[in-house]
Design a protein around this ligand. Sequence first.
Ligand SMILES: [Zn+2]
Length: 310
Amino acid sequence: MAVLDSGTRAERIAALGFDYAAQSKSRVERCNLCDESVFVGLTHRDRYGYAAAASGCSRCGLVFLDPVMSRDAYATFYMRTYRPLVSAFHGRLIDARTIQQEQREYAVERGDLLAPYIAGRGYRTLLDIGGSTGVVADAFARRFDLRATVVDPAPLETVQAQALGLETIEGLVEDVDLGARRFDTIVLCQTVDHLLDAAGTLNRVHQLLTPGGLLFVDIVDFRAAYLRNWSIEDAVKIDHPYYLTEMTIVAYLARAGFEIVRSDYAADHLHVSYVARPSPPQPDYLPPPTAVESLWREVRFVQNAPAARP
Ligand SMILES: [Zn+2]
């Protein structure tokens, strides 16, 4: 970590010695959202400089890493590489301790968004998927008088959650056995883009939620991410298998059986939050083809942004 404030970004990342090319990966055969198999290759490098390629689904507009690291490779990545990599990228230490102040502020803001939908409902339990250090789950638990459970794959972070007295389960939510347990509130805070199987997880969340329960999920809006730096590559990073937009998260939620009761553009102009309740699944729901067309047109325009006329 001594190298964090020295050298260029590329040098700091190289000093980590993470060999992305050597990680086990697989090609994506089917779109996770709509099951289509015709993709558009979009990029060949990510913001860290790794040779990570992203594709888009020609039918629904979902963007994803393709090929994508295996579950085991991601498990090791979260244990050893993720926070040091983000630290090297930003040139400052970001770890399970330093992120807590940011998480506390996040918990207040998102708590304000959730409050009207939790008040007076008699909710008792909270499941935080990808709950990291538990700071957000702890804040929600205290504010709304809920018993909180945190699921997260990073042991350095679940240790912090345990120290807060929360029930913690280490692992990827897709692998964790929660049996017949049900939760009144389920939150995926800055997590859905990190999942390996977003559709499977949202379907599972639908099962895990009590009838009349509440879901919170937020996305990094892919369009906001690439328009911010006028670069598709800068919006792609190996820690995010998925790059969601408003149209694709709306489709995911409809297909898994959630009705959006509130959406919110975050103050950072990057994240978009959704508060939703269970509803009958609409397994055939797709974004309008015209919206998918305009996404590809915009991506291509950003990639080909014309230089000034000589
Ligand atoms: Zn698709």
